[in-house]
Each structure stands twice: as C-alpha cells, then as structure tokens.
Design a protein around this ligand. Structure first.
Ligand code: M6R
Length: 616
C-alpha cells in the first residue's frame, strides 16, 4: 500500500526515482509525486491518477533535478485521490518534502496543534502534519535525522516516512514503524524503497530496517538509529537473489500472464533443497526444535485473501497427515475474538508480501499469548518472517500483479511441506509415506505445465462470458477453497459478482441464485479417494443444471461420470486428492485474467486495490 522511493547519489535523482516508482506502482495507483533537491531549493510535482499522469505533467512542465530525491505512488487512505492529497507534502515555506505509507492515527490533534501555531494545512491527508512538524524540529536542531526522530516519537499508528530538506541537500532520511522500508546499498549512491524492486536495477545489496528505526542516507553511507537516537545494533545486510529481469514483463502483456506461466518453475523452486537424498524433509529454516513440535496440540493458520485460501487447503492436509486439530482464520478477525492460544499452539502465518498488517497483528497477538509462530512468506527480509519464530520461504520470485497466482501455488507447496514435516517429526507419517507424497509433489510442476498448455478453450470460454453479471463457483473438500479462490480472482479482476460455495451448502440457500444460463464453475474432486464425495458433487451438478445453470466443470482427466453434465469440461491431470488444488486453480486464474481483459479492465492494477495491504 503506497510505494516510496528515495535516492541520493551521482545519477539524476528524478530519473532514478521515476524508474523506481514504475516498479512500485503495483502498491497503489491513486496518485504519484516526486520532490528533488536542486539549485539550493526543492522542486516538486504531483498528480492524481496513475504514474503516467505525473510523467505527462513533468513532460509539460519540467522541474530541475539534482542528486537527491524522493517519490511516492499512493493508495488513498485519508483524503480522496486528488492532486492536493497526492504526496509529497511540503511545509509552508516549501523547504521540506515528505512521503508516507501507513496511517498516522493522532494526526487530527497534531493538525489542530499546528494550526494553532499558524501553520496552513492544505490537504485532507494525515501525512501533511509530518512535513510541518519536521520543518519546526529542523529549524531548532538543524539536523534532518534528529528532526525525524523527534517527530516519530510524537506519532501514533503505522508509518514509513521519507523526507528531504532543501537546507540539507545531500541527505535523505527515512523512518519506519509497522510498515516496510528497505535500504539499497550502492557504490557512491544509496536508495530507500518500500520494496527492493525499486532499486534492483542498480544494486542487489540491501539492508532491512527494524521496527522504530530512522535511517540517514548519504552518498557515502548509511546510518541507522532507533527513534531514541541510539545506534541500531541489529542492522542486517543481505543479497537479493533475483535480478531486474525477474521484475519485468518479459514479453508478456501483463505481469499476471507472466506470473501464471512461471508457476511450474515457482513450484519446483519451492521444493528445491528441502528433500534429502533419502526423500526425507529437511526444513532448516523451521528453527522450532523437534521436541517442541511434538508437543504442539493445535495449529492455527492466519492469513488474508488468497493466502487465507491456501491456509484453508492446508487445514485438510495438516489434520489428515498429522491428526493435530487445525483452524484456519482470517487474520483480520483473529485477535478480536480472544482466541485460545498457549505455548503448545503452533500458529502459521501465510503472506506473500510479508507486510500484510492484519496478518502481522495476528502473529504479534499469538506470540504475546505464548504461541510459536511459523511464517510462510515470499519476501526475504519482510516484517512477518522477521517477527516470527521460524520461516519457510516460498521461492516464487517477485510477484508484481496485484492478483496473486504463483504465490498461491507456492504457498500450497510450503503448507504441504510443513504438514508432512509435522507428520515426520511426530511419527504420524512413516518415511515411505513422506517419500511418496514428496514424489507426488515433485511431479506437480510438470502437471501445472500440462494444464497451461491446454488453456485455449478456457480463454475462449472466458471471452464468451464477458457480458455476464454473475459467475458462481462450487467445490467440496479441498475443492471448496479452490472455488473461493476462483471467485476472488474474478471479483478483483473482472469486477463481476462472483461467489464460491461449498457444494453441499447449495440446498441450504445459494441454489436460489441459479437461473437460466448462470455460469457455474464446479471443481470436481477425484473419483478415486473419497468417491462418495465425487458422487455427491455429480448430483449437485445435476441439480443446478436442472434449474438452467450453464455448467463449467473442472474434473480429473478420465472422469467420465461428469462428462454428460458438463456444458464445458476442463480436464486436469490426475493427482492425489489433497494435491488437486495445485492443478485445479490454474484454469481459474487463466479464466479470470482473460475475462478481465475481455471486459477491458486493467489486469495488473485492478481498481481500488493495492498489492501489499499495510494498513488494517
Ligand atoms: O501479501 P499477502 O499474501 O499477505 O496478501 C494477502 C492478500 O491481500 C492477497 O492475497 C490478496 O487477496 C490478493 N490480491 C488476491 O489475489
């Protein structure tokens, strides 16, 4: 939510900042702005709407540039997406500029206080108070980093702040509390950004900033302190293991298409190095001792959106393979119901970005109650793994499209690995059983590839449905969360009414929605395994068909029993029952992407959304 860039070095700051914003636009696209220090002063430009509007503004009315600058791409919280609310925000003298991600909860009282001292605030944002407070503090201490520390001590809420001051033109200062900010360490130049993608074209060396820290960035170096001014002793430098090409479209029209296509590799990479020669699991990053894992008497999974759907599927695997009770809960609801947790509870927090505020707050609550927390995360150095007891990284590579695809599949792989590992450690799974599932998982990458090779009819079908208002999704067992995920994808990309149901619930209400020609996607469980489930869903398909629904059936290859009832049949490879979501979800991603394209929607940047939801 909101992308922030800061730069100081030998290049033209405006160019570096704009290029960084282009890579961060997935974080918010309500407005964009820049501020650069040049010719002893500060020049700024900001514009409502996408970054392209700002670029046009800069082409029409160029601003001078120097070696120091900051930029912002916004997802609006306080104040609508207007020019006046766009960042950077400046003080009345136009000497300080600040960009912000997060919410400053006590901004109203600070605003009143500033107005009382004669400051004129011109936007509806919570951010503007920071520019004025920084100007006041700087005028008394003459040091931007110290001014930032003084201001941060007065702020409540979640914030990443990055600021420049015309009287200190060689420095950019950043601060973070509960919101992401990373430092890019270059040669004679340094960077600040919400995400390494912003500076990956310049450097792959990064520093994680900790909670309540201020960073002072100069060409020649970086100094990190706490809000209290004490030097930080936990500064961790790391090397980013992907390069700029991974964050580019690579010939695809959209990032989403590229990320769907990358799924076989992402799945295979997530398995790499986690299985020993004998087929046993080696999860080195799970630093919770085996003795403690044997003591676990409950697993609770917390996550949001697509990651939550991965967690719903994980519940089936964890309970089946380990016999430990498992609950999956929306992170945003978790801590408010006073959940029962203790040192024998294992909480699994799933997050692609590692920055989702609801998930972060849920895991903090769990740790306060004594539970152990294992993060499943795709972003190295992000807050959720930093604050967890252990982490299992998914190796999906950067996911840029707002709609999550490859992250979901790799989250599933990681969940299966954790479930098997728990089974292995606790002895509920024999070595040969673990090896057999691992073997099945190792084959999945190829099977996902096969699905991708047969998607043209799904694209054609999606195009034919572009004028529909509603699409329903049904599933049973692990197919139920797949149905929820299919519906979520369609909502966020095609802006259509889409709902996922457990097929068994149909007759308890949702069947009233069925009328002539309503498309209903049905995810059919394997006829092998619990065949009773298969028979029941075949009956469900007949029930909706009898009421006029147009059935789009996703079923295992060779499942002849469903064929007569499918208006459109999408065949997927034969997989073990619990692993079916890894292949069944892919057609639904393709379906949503194509439908959104046919409706003329922005696939990578759907309206009202942002990739990383860093506010509650
Ligand atoms: O970064 P996270 O995995 O924590 O994000 C969670 C959700 O915000 C995310 O999955 C969201 O639902 C996606 N846009 C869905 O495609």
């Amino acid at each position: 939510m909101c992308g922030i860039v800061g730069y100081v070095g030998g290049q033209c700051a405006l160019d570096v900042v704009l290029a960084g914003l282009r890579r961060l636009e997935y974080r918010g696209y309500d407005s964009a702005g820049v501020a650069v220090l040049a010719d002893g002063g500060l020049a700024a430009a900001r514009k409502a709407g996408k970054l392209a509007n700002l670029e046009k503004e800069l082409a029409d009315r160029p601003i001078p540039s120097g070696p120091t600058g900051i930029g912002h791409t916004r997802w609006a919280t306080h104040g609508g997406p207007t020019d006046a609310n766009a960042h950077p925000h400046l003080d009345n003298a136009g000497r300080v500029a600040v960009v912000h991600n997060g919410i400053i909860e006590n901004f109203a009282e600070l605003r009143e206080e500033l107005a009382g001292r004669g400051h004129r605030l011109t936007s509806e944002t919570d951010t503007e108070v920071v520019a004025h407070l920084l100007a006041e503090s700087f005028s008394s201490c003459g040091d931007l980093a110290e001014a930032m520390r003084q201001v941060c001590r007065r702020l409540e809420g979640a914030f990443t702040l990055v600021a420049v001051h015309a009287d200190d033109p060689d420095v950019v200062v950043g601060a973070r509390r509960n919101s992401p900010l990373v430092v890019g360490v270059g040669d004679g130049e340094n960077f600040l950004a919400s995400d390494v993608a912003a500076f990956i074209a310049h450097t792959r060396e990064a520093i994680e900033l900790g909670q309540d820290q201020v960073v002072e960035l100069r060409r020649e170096g970086v100094v990190v302190t706490g809000f209290d001014g004490a030097p930080a002793d936990d500064v961790r430098r790391y090397h980013v293991d992907w390069d700029a090409s991974a964050a580019e479209k690579g010939g695809y029209d959209y990032f989403m298409l590229k990320e769907i296509a990358e799924q076989p590799k992402a799945v295979a990479d997530t398995l790499l190095g986690r299985i020993d020669a004998g087929g046993a699991l080696l999860l080195d990053e799970v630093r919770i001792p085996a003795a403690e894992l044997r003591e676990v008497d409950k697993v609770v999974i917390v996550a949001c959106g697509t990651a939550y759907h991965a967690g719903l599927i994980a519940k089936y695997a964890i309970e089946h393979w380990t016999r430990i009770p498992c609950e999956t809960e929306l992170a945003s609801e978790f801590r408010y119901r006073d959940p029962i947790l203790d040192h024998r509870t294992l909480v699994i927090a799933i997050s692609q970005s590692g920055e989702t505020m609801d998930t972060l707050m849920a895991l903090r609550h769990a740790r306060e109650q004594g539970a152990r927390v294992l993060a499943i995360c795709n972003t190295n150095g992000s807050t959720i793994p930093r604050e967890s007891d252990a982490v299992l990284y998914t190796h999906a590579g950067p996911e840029v499209a707002v709609a999550s695809t490859k992250a979901f599949l790799t989250q599933l792989v990681a969940c299966y690995l954790v479930a098997l590992y728990l089974g292995q450690v606790r002895g509920t799974k024999w070595g040969d059983e673990v090896r057999s599932v691992v073997h099945d998982l190792a084959r999945i990458a190829r099977e996902v590839e096969e699905v991708l090779e047969t998607m043209e009819p799904v694209r054609e079908l999606a195009r034919s449905l572009a004028d529909q208002n509603t699409v329903l999704f049904l599933g049973r067992h692990v197919g139920y969360p797949v149905a929820l995920e299919g519906a979520l994808k369609l909502k966020e990309l095609a802006y259509m009414h889409a709902e996922g149901f457990a097929a068994g619930e149909l007759k308890h209400g949702p069947i009233a929605l069925i009328e002539k020609d309503v498309p209903v996607v049905v995810v059919v469980p394997s006829p092998r395994g619990r065949s009773v489930l298969h028979d029941k869903i075949v009956s469900n398909i007949q029930e909706i068909r009898a009421r006029g629904a147009r059935t789009i059936v996703i079923a295992e290859r060779g499942d002849e029993a469903v064929r007569p009832y499918a208006d459109h049949l999408v065949e997927i490879p034969v997989t073990p029952v619990l692993l079916q979501p890894l292949v069944a979800t892919v057609p639904l991603q393709v379906f949503a992407c194509e439908l959104a394209t046919a409706r003329g929607n922005e696939v990578d940047q759907p309206r009202n959304l942002a990739k990383s939801v860093t506010v509650e």
